[in-house]
Design a binder for this molecule. Structure first.
Ligand code: ZN
Ligand code: ZN
Length: 325
């Protein structure tokens, strides 16, 4: 720093000395100005025209910001499990909650109308066909639950636009804090699945009101298959929630779990062993064993990685705090 100390003896100085002192003061002012600008740049990073010093400071500042972002991205695993679970749980917005309520009410009303329509068309002479249609609906739902669960666990990220927070986030939250879903209310648990079935339910209701008696009788088995599928899609998250509930379950739910008519708790625990790469089916879990035996999901993962270079479970592992590249 330039020495600007003035002493009392300097009061009787010559014009040359006065000019020299003023030049020194001017240099000091320039130095202070440059320092202040550098500090300003460091804080705001919004300066449009720079001196060489300022530009260096600005670049340093920008690099620090980028490094900071990378650190945040990579240091997710340094947060405690509780902190990561809270970050994910906080992603459930008020708007999402209202949408869940809306879809749940629309779904319940449309499924009620569809049930009444199908009961009115019940044909007691075709019991075998009805049972086959209903069981097929359960199997297809179980498979679809596995496929969707696998897709959301294995690919995508919470920060993706539109689907990230509303669709991917609950899957990440579930691995970080498996019992969190037992604290979700009915709407948060089931809203997404009601949203899925509403357009189809409305389509089948419309069909029930507009097709002739003859055509409706011909379509009855298929309509029952679709009805069974929609019912189990609606119930899948609730069934999954019951598989994580250890206290206070009604006796009939425990009975259904015990006889593997819905996803049993012990069976589902296999999926919750890290890295969560098997037993994805969560409706009844009937297809988990056969799919595991034929390496169904690992085969697809290898194929996708070979074609796209995207490794499986990258985002999931990040949230689980297991691996950061
Ligand atoms: Zn999972
Ligand atoms: Zn689970």
């Amino acid at each position: 720093m330039t020495d600007i100390s003035l002493q009392t003896a300097d009061l009787n100085m010559s014009p040359d000395i006065i000019m020299g002192t003023l030049q020194q003061l001017s240099k000091v002012q320039q130095c202070l100005s440059a320092s202040l600008n550098s500090i300003n740049c460091h804080e705001k990073c919004e300066v449009s025209s720079f001196t060489a010093i300022q530009e260096t400071e600005y670049n340093k500042c920008q690099n620090e910001n980028v490094e900071q972002e990378v650190k945040i991205e990579k240091s997710l695993h340094t947060y405690s499990k509780q902190e990561r679970a809270k970050m994910l749980a906080d992603g459930y917005s008020f708007e999402r909650h209202m949408l869940d309520r809306l879809w749940t009410f629309c779904g319940l009303i449309s499924m009620f109308i569809l049930t009444v329509q199908l009961v009115c068309r019940f044909d007691p002479t075709d019991v075998v066909g009805i049972v086959i249609a209903l069981v097929l609906g359960v199997l297809v739902t179980d498979f679809a639950s596995g496929l969707v669960h696998w897709g959301a666990d294995t690919y995508g990220a919470v920060d993706l636009p539109i689907i990230g927070k509303s669709f991917i986030r609950p899957f990440r939250e579930h691995h970080v804090d498996p019992t969190a879903m037992t604290r979700h209310d009915f709407f948060e648990t089931n809203g997404n699945n009601f949203m899925l079935i509403v357009p189809f339910a409305v389509r089948f209701i419309y069909k029930g009101f507009t097709l002739s008696e003859h055509l409706l009788r011909e379509h009855y088995r298929f309509d029952l298959f679709a009805y069974s599928l929609m019912c189990f899609v609606i119930m899948t998250n609730q069934i999954h929630k019951w598989a994580h509930t250890y206290y206070g379950l009604p006796k009939y739910i425990e009975f259904l779990q015990k006889w593997h008519l819905i996803l049993p708790r012990k069976h589902h625990r296999i999926h919750h062993v890290a890295p969560h790469e098997t037993y994805f089916c969560i409706t009844t879990g009937w297809l988990n064993y056969p799919l595991e035996k034929i390496s169904f999901f690992p085969t697809f993962e290898k194929l996708i990685e070979a074609l796209t270079g995207i490794p499986p479970r990258r985002d999931d592992m990040k949230w689980a705090g297991k691996k950061v590249e």
